[in-house]
Ligand binder design. Structure first.
Ligand SMILES: Nc1ncnc2c1ncn2[C@@H]1O[C@H](COP(=O)(O)OP(=O)(O)OP(=O)(O)O)[C@@H](O)[C@H]1O
Length: 243
């Protein structure tokens, strides 16, 4: 029997009069690599923010680790890599090392453990060479890697990712997907929003296809079924390139 990590039931959300998420229900199982695809404005980021408790739902329930996500205390178990890491003030004069270590110290790890965990994360993402650089001085791709390292440093059980490879070159994208694949094999659950349909169909075991008025969950990664869903959403055939 699969262990449920997040349970979403009858979830609805609107911005003012604009209904974005309508009566959605699904489970995220431990060990899933769950992909979420759909066109611009279909509600992918909104769904992800609701799942993290960053915005308040209008109705329904979202339980993460069996607790209402809006009251969840065990935040160290989850990590979030946002679109373009836009929640960080790039003018803040901190180095990669300081940002990662600071976040570990702030959630209660001591200096020795924080140093070890940071070293592992920098090594995992392959960015030891930029550890002393200021975040604001890095390229977009390097910044994204630094935030990926920060996200995995605390050994989270689940990582929520919103367009994680935007601004990263092809070689680094491949490395990123390899790293996520490795973490997933080690037991980390992933919930990833992406426009890269090929990456999602290559790596995910379950896929949500979200359109303006449709929400379809594919319990298996069967490309022909996903193609059919996406054709309905986009109104045309979508060609996939396997990664
Ligand atoms: N803060 C907000 N206030 C009002 N409307 C919003 C807000 N954020 C998003 N929206 C609207 O909600 C809808 C869903 O937006 P969302 O960002 O979730 O879509 P998305 O699928 O993630 O899009 P993209 O692929 O472009 O990132 C869009 O129509 C968007 O304009």
């Amino acid at each position: 029997m699969k262990e449920i990590l997040m349970q979403v039931r009858d979830l609805s959300f609107r911005y003012g009069k604009h209904s974005v998420i309508k009566n959605v229900s699904f489970d995220l199982f431990k060990g899933d690599y769950f992909g979420v695809v759909g066109p611009n404005g279909s509600g992918k980021t909104t769904l992800l923010k609701l799942c993290l408790g960053l915005i308040k739902k209008d109705s329904g329930t979202i339980k993460l680790f069996d607790k209402d996500v809006e009251n969840l205390k065990e935040r160290t178990k989850l990590a979030y890599i946002s679109q373009k890491s836009n929640s960080f003030n790039m003018g803040f004069p901190a180095t990669v090392e300081e940002v990662i270590k600071g976040s570990l110290l702030s959630i209660g790890y001591n200096k020795k453990d924080a140093n070890e965990m940071m070293g592992r994360a920098l090594n995992e993402i392959g960015i030891e060479n930029i550890r002393h650089k200021r975040i604001g001085d890095l390229s977009g791709g390097q910044q994204q890697k630094a935030f990926i390292a920060k996200a995995i440093a605390s050994n989270p059980e689940v990582i929520f990712l919103d367009e994680p490879t935007v601004g990263i070159d092809q070689k680094s994208q491949d490395y990123f997907y390899e790293t996520m694949g490795r973490l997933n094999k080690e037991g980390v659950t992933l919930f990833m929003v992406s426009h890269d349909i090929s990456a999602v169909t290559t790596y995910s075991n379950r896929v949500i296809c979200i359109g303006e008025n449709t929400f379809h969950i594919h319990e298996k990664n069967e490309i022909s079924d996903i193609e059919t869903s996406l054709k309905k959403i986009y109104g045309k055939n979508m060609g996939f390139v396997t990664h």
